[in-house]
Design a protein. Structure first.
Lengths: 87, 273
């Protein structure tokens, strides 16, 4: 049986690996709207990591800023310029 | 040329002098000589914080807040947070200065915002987001959270409103840029007044009290009321959280309104300059 501590460490490992994959997609994506969404997914995994590392204050400030406000600002700015990234 | 060198020299002298003062004054600000730490070195500091954050038996050292992070942010290290707030305010002033001269024509005509389904869902969720933000902010001295966290959460509601209903909806409901600036100034003034309140109370009563003092210390007997009708408010922490909540919400909202607004009439303003 998996102990509670081991389950926490497993969840932390999965979150870290998944956030790295999301960062890769965010960098390689040419469509900027999709890149912003990948970046928000990475932030969600970071929030899970902060929670598991017992920093709930950081989670509460990280979630609205990095999942709500920053993608919102970036989407407004993308709406004012161009959606695709040019070579 | 020579004048600017002179200015630079004066500024550098002031900076170096103040740094020297700060580095030799540390020995009068080490907390609690009464405290016998069982551990060695740097581990004493966290043990000191955890032992004093909510400890009615040590009435001359405690902050009366069970949430150690907020106690550190607004009491033990209150000046850090004050400067952090000032930096945020200066960044906002820079943003407003960049958008000066724009004439802010609101978009008119046609169907504004997103579809009816999104609008209906947003009408239900927007009050909930603001409620959660206020709860995070005002319970900051009891549970994880605080003014900045709650303010950032409540600002999400305004951003969603701008995206879903368009900025006209906000302005029609009385959320204009100038009003938000006034709200933000009220928040900052409140933070400043809370910081110096006990100091002035000490001056009037003829007792020893310090700027940013919250609870009584052995050498300064005054303290903020830390409970109201047996509900814990932890002295200054509740007031700091309330005013920071107002300031952060209004500040983020101004930034979004500038981003969403300055498109329509900005070219005219630039031509004026």
């Amino acid at each position: 049986m998996i102990s509670a501590e081991l389950a926490v460490y497993l969840l932390m490992t999965i979150s870290s690996v998944a956030s790295t994959i999301a960062v890769y997609f965010a960098i390689m994506e040419k469509d900027l709207v999709k890149a912003v969404i990948y970046s928000a997914i990475q932030s969600t995994f970071y929030a899970i990591l902060f929670y598991l590392l017992m920093a709930p204050d950081i989670v509460l400030v990280y979630l609205p800023v990095s999942v709500g406000l920053i993608p919102g600002v970036l989407l407004i700015l993308i709406g004012k310029t161009e959606r695709g990234e040019k070579e | 040329m020579r004048r600017s060198i002179l200015h630079l020299t004066i500024i550098l002298t002031l900076l170096l002098g103040l740094s020297l003062l700060a580095s030799i004054s540390w020995q009068w600000f080490v907390p609690g000589e009464w405290f016998k730490c069982p551990l060695q070195g740097i581990w004493c500091l966290p043990v000191f914080y955890l032992a004093t954050t909510y400890n009615p038996e040590l009435s001359n050292y405690t902050v009366n807040s069970p949430e150690a992070v907020t106690a550190i942010v607004w009491d033990y290290r209150g000046l850090d947070t004050l400067f952090e707030t000032s930096v945020f305010y200066l960044a906002l002033i820079a943003g407003i200065a960049l958008a000066r001269g724009a004439s802010y024509k609101l978009p008119t005509g046609g169907e504004l915002g997103l579809s009816k389904i999104v609008k209906t869902v947003s009408r239900l969720t927007l009050p909930m987001i603001i409620t959660v933000g206020a709860s995070i902010g005002l319970h900051g001295h009891l549970t994880p959270g605080g003014g900045f966290q709650g303010g950032a959460t409540a600002a999400v509601a305004f951003m969603v409103a701008i995206v879903v209903f368009s900025i006209v909806f906000l302005v029609e409901h009385g959320v204009s840029k100038d009003r938000m600036l006034i709200l933000r100034s009220i928040g900052l003034t409140g933070i400043g007044l809370t910081a110096v309140a006990l100091f002035f109370a000490g001056l009037i009563l003829g007792k020893n009290a310090y700027v940013f003092q919250n609870m009584a210390k052995p050498f300064a007997g005054l303290s903020f009321p830390w409970e109201v009708n047996s509900a814990l408010i932890s002295g200054t922490l509740w007031f700091f959280n309330l005013f920071e909540f107002l300031a952060v919400t209004a500040g983020f909202t101004i930034a979004f309104m500038l981003l969403a607004m300055s498109e329509a009439g900005s070219e005219e303003g630039v031509r004026h300059e």
